[in-house]
Design a protein around this ligand. Sequence first.
Ligand SMILES: NC(=O)c1ccc[n+]([C@@H]2O[C@H](COP(=O)([O-])OP(=O)(O)OC[C@H]3O[C@@H](n4cnc5c(N)ncnc54)[C@H](OP(=O)(O)O)[C@@H]3O)[C@@H](O)[C@H]2O)c1
Length: 316
Amino acid sequence: MAEKKIVAVVGATGAQGGGLVRAILSDKNAGFTVRAITRDVQSDKAKGLAALGTEVVAADLDSPESLKKAFAGAYGAFCLTNFWEHFSPEKELVQAKGQAQAAKDTGVQHVIWSTLEDTRKWVPLSDNRMPTLMGKYKVPHFDAKGEADAEFTKLGLPTTLLLTSFYWDNLIHFGMGPKKGPDGTMAFTLPIGDKKLPGIAAEDIGKCALGIFKKGREYIGRTVGVAGEHLTATQMAAALTKALGQTVRYNAVTPEMYRGFGFAGAEDLGNMFQFNRDFEAVFCGARNLDVSRSLNPALQTFDQWLSRNKGRIPLE
Ligand SMILES: NC(=O)c1ccc[n+]([C@@H]2O[C@H](COP(=O)([O-])OP(=O)(O)OC[C@H]3O[C@@H](n4cnc5c(N)ncnc54)[C@H](OP(=O)(O)O)[C@@H]3O)[C@@H](O)[C@H]2O)c1
């Protein structure tokens, strides 16, 4: 039997990378094996991965040398940055560059870079429909990832740029679930008007990434966006109502209001949702559902995700 190809996974203890680890482990005939990368091999999550039989290695995105060791001998690398840990687009750029260089130095044959749009291509800094943030960004956690695409492509790396979507899991972990309004009714707040938001079960991103690796060279040099469904907030509220057995209404706010909510990242997310609203065709068009399903035949719809996860959504 041919030797299995190693896929080095950054963010293996997290949502996207963890999904890829589990996808590879459960697809024994795909010909891949996983090397899970974490800063702390002693964490509970890292130990959990090791217990599944995964190789777990230590590396830090802030240490290019450690990344080189972690990528050595790997066929594929899944590369990721975590904006929400430091809120620094500049740091994301440096961390992406380090991953690209490590992949180049170690001869990785297929890199998947988990990216998002550089929204400044559609909303230049001179466009005042939304405020410029941190001096030179419109949607900092998108723009830096999109800007970092060039770090991979300019090195001539065999790369697939993977455009991800809004995790439905944000309703559980990111405080975006329905909340009780003054009238006692649950309300789901978004600033996207009547436009569609491409969403996905976070776990499905990794499954799509495995689908890309399984296609061999087909997706090298290409950008592919993945989503489980494109839904309006009204449709999401209706699905929540059905799943939770209580009325959830869509609380439509403006992006201006959302930016003013005051939590860390509110301005960034307000601009992100406004970009989604104002450029719905671009945003949804880049995330084709049929392509996503062809990469991951088990792709969940929002209803399916809800039926599995409704009990985990905190209802305040
Ligand atoms: N929430 C959404 O709807 C959404 C949608 C699309 C894209 N995204 C993007 O997804 C990214 C986060 O991915 P995620 O949700 O999969 O992450 P996550 O679940 O929050 O986990 C973060 C992962 O990143 C790893 N990590 C962070 N800093 C590291 C470092 N310095 N060195 C090595 N590993 C490091 C962590 O590993 P250890 O802690 O084990 O070291 C962990 O595995 C963000 O940049 C965000 O913008 C989010």
